[in-house]
Write a protein that binds this ligand. Sequence first.
Ligand code: DAT
Ligand code: MG
Length: 140
Amino acid sequence: MATERTLSIIKPDATRRNLTGKINARFEEAGLRIVAQKRVQLTKAQAGQFYSVHAERSFFGELVDFMISGPVVVQVLEGEGAVARNREIMGATNPANAAPGTIRADFAESVEANSVHGSDSAENAAIEISYFFSGCEIVG
Ligand code: DAT
Ligand code: MG
């Protein structure tokens, strides 16, 4: 499998509970490298555009409000099959369904406050990475 990059976000429920380091350790222990990272407070417009694919979903307004409820850490993870590998490490969207030992099983508070975002395809990863980072901010 080829080396890939994926966009990860450590969400406000996790930054609030000081879990950034513990979550980053999960990525690094799984062989993913953090090749870009910054802590930002998203605006409503930025969060809405990032999650625009979900604009018609019933939970969209709550999702956006949650994502701007505190700082997030946006990051680029690099490694073999990074998109799928990161989804494995994260676990299922709803922590009640997440496999034991995954980030969401261990840290998420609810389906909404589920601690991490990860791109769901290589194509979306490229779009999401370019939404937050310029080329010179990513150092592999
Ligand atoms: P994922 O983050 O696993 O890719 P997704 O793309 O389907 O999941 O949804 C994006 C986020 O929206 C998800 O992390 C949390 C929120 N969400 C999804 N389904 C939800 C639901 N049924 N109720 C409340 N929030 C939900
Ligand atoms: Mg998704």
